[in-house]
Write a protein that binds this ligand. Sequence first.
Ligand code: GRF
Length: 187
Amino acid sequence: MTQVKAAVFASGTGSNFQAIMEAGDLGCEIVLLVCDNPDATVIDKAKYHDIPVFVFQPTNYESKEAYEQVIIKYLIEANVSWIFLAGYMRIVGSTLLKAYKGKVINIHPSLLPQFPGKDGIEQALEAGVTKTGVTVHYIDAGIDTGPIIAQETVEVLPQDSITTLKKRIQKAEHELYPSVIKQLLKK
Ligand code: GRF
């Protein structure tokens, strides 16, 4: 039986990419990392796992549509049918969304719809909530607005700093994301 193939999109450290790579049988094979930042350490993680990387600089293209067309070419060549965003710091445009309708998911460090956008962890601390968490959701045209697939609550402790809260959020992310992928691909 041929394995379903998937790509991870990331821009930074890649701890979620690593968690996905090390989660064991996901029901799919990760065949490509797409990265918009040539200096991102996630690229080293992909090399370590022998995963091909398409790295691009958005400023080298005249529009989002132009670079998304190139991304789609790479995805098609690699037979990718699912896209997992893991710290991809760009809004996915309509070109990619149309090509991969219902097949793009994201992980976000808050209990959406609370604290969308950048700095979900900082926003939770500033708001003084006692509970925050992580969300895996489908991508739509908005910022962190697509249908929610799964959430995990993380307690905010009175003494929490960004560093300590981030550590617990990431632990939850690294468990939730691979387990959601497994569930989705079973269907
Ligand atoms: C994660 O907190 C994820 O929820 C958010 O971006 C961060 C990426 O972290 N979308 P990493 O690069 O996977 O370590």
